[in-house]
Every structure is written in C-alpha cells, then in structure tokens.
Design a protein around this ligand. Structure first.
Ligand code: ATP
Length: 601
C-alpha cells in the first residue's frame, strides 16, 4: 500500500528495508563508545531501580501471607519501614539513570553534529559544488533529529524494558512457573498481529511529521508570494496546491490515529485474554493450596507489568527499524571520502610558502564524460602578479581551484615552491593562500569580529592597523560604534566598496603569501573601485598575486598573463609583448574595445 503525499509517492516498503540496517545501526551505536562507562552506569542504575521496584510486589506478597493473616502489628510496621526505605533507594537510582540517559543522549547527538561539520569540511568544495544547500541543511534538520530520537526513546527504552522483563520473569518464576508459562501464548497472540499495527502506526506517524513540515513550507511560500498571486490572479491555483498537501496531511493523521488505536486495543486485548488464563489457573492453584493469596496478587502485578513492557519493546523495535532506515542518508554522507585526500602533518615552516607554481602536463575533468583542461604546462612565478584571461568557460576558475587544491588533477602535477602540491598539509596550504572575490561573506557581528576572522588571535591594535592599510579606518571611525559597529546580516549596512575594504583588512591580518582574486572589483562603480584598488595595491606588495580577469583593462600592470581558450593555454607573456604579437590577447582586447563602443569601432 502506498499513499500519495504531495508530488512524491512514499512507499511503505521503505519501512521493511533491512539490508542497510545492521551497518547503520552499528555506526549509530559506535557513538556511545566515548561514554562507555556512563552507559554501563546507566544500565547498572536501571537494573538496581528495576530490581527494587519489582521487589515491592514480593514484599506485598509477604505482607498478605504472613503479616496480614497472622495479624502481627510489629511485622506490619517493619514491612512499611522496609517499603519506605526501598522506595527512597529506588528513586535515587531512577534519578541517576535518568540523568545518565539524558547526558548520553545530548552528548552523542552533539558529537554527531560536530562530526557532520567536520565531514563537510573534509569533503570540501567538490561536495558543495555537487550538492544543493537544501540537502545539506536537511541532513542537519532531519537526520540529526532522527538520531536524537533514537537516543531519546528507542535505544534507552529497549534497554530499560528488557531489564524489567528479565527481572520480572525471574520474580514470576519464583512464584509459580505454570502461571508464568501463560505469558507465552498471550505474547504469541500479540505477535501475530501486533507488529503489523506497529509498523503501520509508525509509518504514518513519520509521514505525519514530514507532511506537517511540507504544509508549513507551502504556507510560508503562499504568504511570501501574496503579491504575485494577486497580480496573476493565481489564488485559486495556490489554494488547490495547498489543498493537496493539507489533504495528504489530514489523511495521514487519520490513518496514524486509527492504527495507533488498533495497536493499543489489540495489545490490551491479548494481555487481558492472558490475564483471564492467569485468573482461572491462579484460583485453581489457590484452591489446591499450591499458591498463596499473596503470591497470586503479586503475580497479577508482575504479569500485567511484564506484558505491557514486552509489547512496548516490540513497538520500540519497529520504530527503531524505521528510524535507522531513515538515517541511512546521514550514514552514507559520513562514509563519503574527499576527492582530495587531506594531509595533516605540517612539512614546511609557517609562512615559508612563497607561491612559485609550476603546472606540468595537467589534465582535468570534473566528470568522466568531459575534459575541462588539457595538457596545461605553465609557470606562475612567485612574488609576481599573474592574470589568467580567456573567454567564458575556457577553464580559468578551474585552474584556480586546482592551484588551491580544491580538486586533484586528473593527470599531470602542480608543484608549489618545487614540491608537489599534494604533499603539503591542509593547514600549511590554507594559511598561505588568501582569496578575494566579488562576493564574500561578512558575518552579522561587528566590524572588529569580521576583520578578526582573518586571524582570530590578533590584537586590537593589529585590527586597527589592518583597517588603516585597507583604507577603511576612516569610514569605520565615522560610524557610531567605530570598530564595534554591528554591520547587519551579510554586512547589509555597508556599501559594496566598504564591504570589500573590510575583506582586504581581513586579508592584511591573515597575511598570506599568495592571493587569489576573481575579478574582484568589477561589480563596483568607478569611485568605489578606485578606493578598493588603492587598498588592494597596498595588499599586493611582496606577495604572489593570481587573478582571474574578465575586463582586460585591469591587467595592464600585471607581470605575467596566461591566455586560455577551450581548456588550453594558448599564450603566455607580459601584456605589452602579447599585444605586439597580435594574436589571442590582442584579439580579446580588440573585441572588448568593440563591445564597449557598441560594436562601432
Ligand atoms: N563543478 C563543476 N562541475 C562540472 N563542470 C563544471 C564545474 N565547474 C565548472 N564546470 C565546467 O567547466 C568549464 C570551465 O569552467 P570555468 O568556471 O573554469 O570557466 P571560466 O573560464 O572560469 O568561465 P567564466 O569566465 O564564465 O567564469 C565550463 O564548461 C563549466 O561548465
């Protein structure tokens, strides 16, 4: 059976899938490893609390059989005293068990969140380029929640209830083994249909949560697009669209409640049926003096308590199976290996990378079906300004991604200061390279925090010096809170040029030996561009600069130009020489001039 939910058909078979269950389950449980001692303590506390809780009916049995029948008042007070002490001890162990359970749950889910972040970092740019942000966010929202759910309910409940059932069956056996055997047919009767109702109720329960999220997403979309809907007279269309999702939600809710009710009713039916058996046999045994009255009363308590917990274990197992299947995507994500293996040991002294790049016979493709770069052999000298130019799609950005080691070349090598770039540690490389893009991220905090991002350990004076070098000190000092001014989400309260100068200040603080730019200032007006250029010129001094340039007017003063076409390097040299050669760069410059003049020159 399947139900139509929105545009996606969700099949119930997903609930039954078990081929991934064990590896995923083992992986989930591996998160308990750091808290092994606490897990043992949790089980111990649970065991003690359960033994005490279940010893109480035994005490009642004693009370009925000896104290009450023999009318011994002193015994009566003694039993009450024991009971009181036992309850206090039991409560202490229950509190301990609850605290440990909560600690284990929260710590393990915190750890999984850290692991997701670390894995995202490990997978790096290739993963972000292949996966949409929605999917990544959903891993955090849904899968982490499922993970918490497993540690909140399923795993601890299965452990707790199992302890209860084992201890309780032991006490039942000490009363009468024949009565205890009645549990078997009673449980088998439950097992006949119970898991079916469990599966259905759990499945619809999960769908209910997903549909609820979908309905609120759609409502949010409808509210955000009210103007467009009215302008296009599309209210009816929107209503019909929402109705579909709401109908799916409602039918899910009805199905869930129905199966949950049937699950509960069937559960009660089976163990009450067994209860009748216990009554009949119990009365018979009392009549034949094979069972005491107190023993019978205590047994009744154990029977109902055990049956309830036993059937609850089945419920938790069903829920757990579904949740584990749903967490499979997170498991697969955590099992991914980065395209570029990360090297950890630092092999060069801090600040010693100078930026002398040599690319030898380099080929690259993102996917097996298409070559993006072919036979690239080129030098990008240290301490110089190199510009990479060429038509759109010729592979400029791809080269820069390879220089940054975001990707691994398909063939050939990249040497940095004479050493294969793959042999540098991640830390060495990231410390040595700074980036400057048209768009970059400013955090919603203060200007100081945003500059400090370049080197969090920098002093206040270093931040101010960086601000001065980047020509942003003056405008910062004019703001009401100066360096402590809050700049709004993504730096919304600043102009484009001001934001870019903050980014330059950040780079001053980071102090990398190599700076990679992607047509950094093309989105600015002339005044802002000149201001940013002034700050960039300060930054460039003594560093290796590699720039992707779209406007050829910006590369005149570069030392070295690499001209690309269709994934190949077609020309290299300085600007003047290449122009005089009147080949590809000359063509590009001429075309740019033509475009600017509207094709008239
Ligand atoms: N992550 C990716 N996966 C697959 N193909 C990609 C990816 N990034 C870029 N490409 C392809 O590689 C080719 C070169 O792209 P690249 O971005 O390097 O060109 P570019 O010269 O920088 O272009 P532009 O000047 O337009 O930015 C293009 O055909 C592009 O479609």
């Amino acid at each position: 059976m399947s139900i139509e939910v929105g545009l996606k058909k969700i099949n119930e078979e997903t609930v039954k899938r078990s081929y991934v269950f064990w590896p995923v389950y083992k992986w989930i449980l591996s998160h308990l490893r750091p808290f092994l001692l606490k897990v043992v303590m949790f089980i111990f506390c649970g065991l003690v609390a359960t033994v005490i809780e279940l010893a109480i009916p035994k005490l009642i049995q004693h009370f009925i059989d000896y104290t009450l029948l023999n009318k011994q008042i002193s015994q009566y007070i003694k039993v009450l005293g024991y009971l009181f002490v036992l309850v206090i001890i039991m409560l202490c162990f229950q509190i301990g068990s609850n605290i440990l359970e909560r600690f284990i749950r929260e710590e393990s889910s915190k750890e999984v969140q850290f692991k997701i972040l670390a894995q995202l970092r490990r997978l790096g740019i290739p993963y972000f380029e292949k996966t949409n942000v929605g999917e990544i966010i959903s891993i955090f929202n849904n899968e982490v929640q499922i993970f918490q759910e497993l540690f909140r309910r399923c795993i601890p409940d299965i452990v707790k209830y199992s302890i209860i059932v084992i201890v309780s069956v032991y006490f039942m056996l000490t009363i009468d083994y024949r009565l205890t055997l009645i549990m078997i047919p009673s449980f088998l009767l439950y097992y006949l249909l119970g898991p079916y109702f469990e599966r259905k109720a759990t499945f619809y329960g999960q769908q209910l949560v997903e549909n609820k999220t979908r309905v609120s997403d759609k409502l949010y979309e409808s509210l955000s697009s009210l103007r467009e809907l009215r302008a296009y007279s599309a209210e009816e269309w929107d209503l019909a669209r929402n109705e579909r999702y709401i109908t799916a939600w409602v039918s899910n809710a009805v199905a869930h409640d129905l199966f949950a009710f049937m699950r509960g009713s069937y559960r009660r039916f089976t163990y009450h049926l067994g209860g009748i058996g216990v009554f009949l046999l119990g009365v018979y045994l009392i009549k034949n003096e094979q069972l005491s009255l107190g023993g019978f009363v205590a047994f009744l308590f154990y029977y109902f308590f055990t049956m309830q917990k036993l059937t609850a274990i089945v419920t938790r197992f069903t829920e757990q199976k579904l949740l584990v299947t749903q967490i499979e995507r997170l498991y697969q994500f955590m099992s991914l290996s980065p395209e570029v293996p990360l090297k950890r040991e630092n092999t060069v002294k801090r600040g010693m990378i100078k930026g002398d790049f040599r690319l030898i016979d380099l080929d690259f493709q993102y996917n097996a079906d298409r070559k993006i770069l072919s036979s690239i052999t080129v030098d990008l000298p240290k301490g110089k300004r190199t510009a990479i130019v060429g038509s759109s799609g010729s592979g400029k950005t791809t080269i820069v991604k390879l220089l940054s080691r975001f990707y691994k070349p398909t063939n050939g090598s990249i040497f940095l200061d004479g050493k294969d770039i793959m042999d540098y540690s991640e830390e060495d490389l990231r410390e040595s390279i700074g980036y400057f893009f048209q768009e970059f991220y400013l955090f919603g905090g203060t200007i100081k925090e945003n500059i400090l991002f370049g080197r969090p350990s920098a002093t206040e004076q270093e931040v101010i010096d960086a601000g001065k070098h980047a020509y942003c000190h003056e405008f910062i000092m004019e703001l009401p809170d100066q360096y402590n001014s809050v700049i709004g989400e993504r730096g919304i309260k600043l102009s484009g040029g001001q934001r870019q100068r903050i980014a330059v200040a950040r780079l001053f603080l980071k102090n990398p030996s190599i700076i990679i730019l992607d047509e950094a200032t093309s989105a600015l007006d002339t005044v802002s561009e000149n201001e940013v250029k002034k700050s960039l010129d300060m930054l460039y001094k003594g560093r290796t600069i590699i720039a992707i340039a779209h406007r050829l007017s910006t590369i005149r003063d570069y030392d070295h130009i690499i001209v690309m076409d269709n994934g190949r390097v077609v020309e290299t040299g300085d600007y003047q020489t290449l122009l005089e050669r009147k080949q590809v760069l000359y063509e590009l410059v001429s075309n740019e001039g033509t475009d600017k003049n509207g094709g008239s020159s």
